[in-house]
Write a protein that binds this ligand. Structure first.
Ligand SMILES: O=C(O)CCC(=O)C(=O)O
Length: 218
């Protein structure tokens, strides 16, 4: 990841009508907020540089039921499968609940062998957009090619998105510090207020959300 957010081409992508149309179709509304996210720069592995991740993970709580949600990534360079391509477990949003239910109570879902669930790299061309259901385990992978891969994380979502209010799960030790930090940084990027206590609870109540919405619409 590179802390690089503002550049005219990034803004052009965020303002792209085709991109908006894709997210609007998936969310079922045109009234979408645009997330200003950063760039993913994954350089080829070499002696002294090993792929630092992220390996397969979820960016959201996987406490069930998992509300619908999608995230996106735009390829800024061509990206072959072995060039650190975005990787996910296609279709897993349809079986995640059964999979979770089948885990032993003490098992941490996030530290299972997620690649064995059927992870696949998704190669693409510069200009392609990948949108994935946020219940899919997803991540990047080592870049074993000669050239870096560069992507822009770009997502749109309705102001009234449903959030799962609990994080799976501090009280039965399923929460790791890394996972908590990960969700906090994503929530900060998504404009959700930072969370300071567990269980993770979206601290904006209904009235506050309404106010927020009205201010935005003014
Ligand atoms: O950069 C990638 O290919 C993966 C991105 C990712 O894991 C994320 O946005 O959470």
């Amino acid at each position: 990841m590179v802390q690089y957010f503002q550049h005219p081409p990034f803004t052009a992508i965020r303002n792209s009508r085709r991109l908006h149309k894709a997210f609007a179709q998936l969310w079922g509304t045109v009234d979408l907020w645009v997330r200003t996210d950063r760039v993913g720069f994954n350089v080829p592995e070499r002696p002294g540089w090993r792929f630092p991740g992220p390996d397969l993970h979820w960016d959201v709580s996987i406490a069930t039921p998992i509300p619908f949600g999608v995230e996106g990534i735009a390829y800024l360079t061509d990206r072959a499968a072995e060039q650190g391509a975005f990787t996910c477990v296609p279709g897993f949003h349809r079986r995640i609940e059964a999979w979770l239910a089948g885990l032993p109570t003490e098992a941490d879902p996030r530290t299972q062998g997620l690649h064995a669930l059927g992870a696949r790299p998704i190669p693409g061309r510069a200009g392609d957009l990948i949108v994935w259901h946020h219940a899919l385990p997803h991540g990047s992978r080592p870049n074993r090619a000669q050239r870096p891969r560069i992507v822009q994380y770009v997502s749109m979502y309705p102001a009234r998105t449903k959030h799962q209010l609990t994080w799976l799960f501090s009280i039965d030790q399923r929460l790791t510090v890394g996972a908590a930090n990960h969700v906090r940084s994503h929530q900060a990027l998504a404009g959700v207020r930072p969370l300071c206590c567990l269980p993770l609870v979206d601290q904006m109540d209904g009235a506050e959300r309404e106010r927020d919405h009205r201010e935005r619409d003014r």
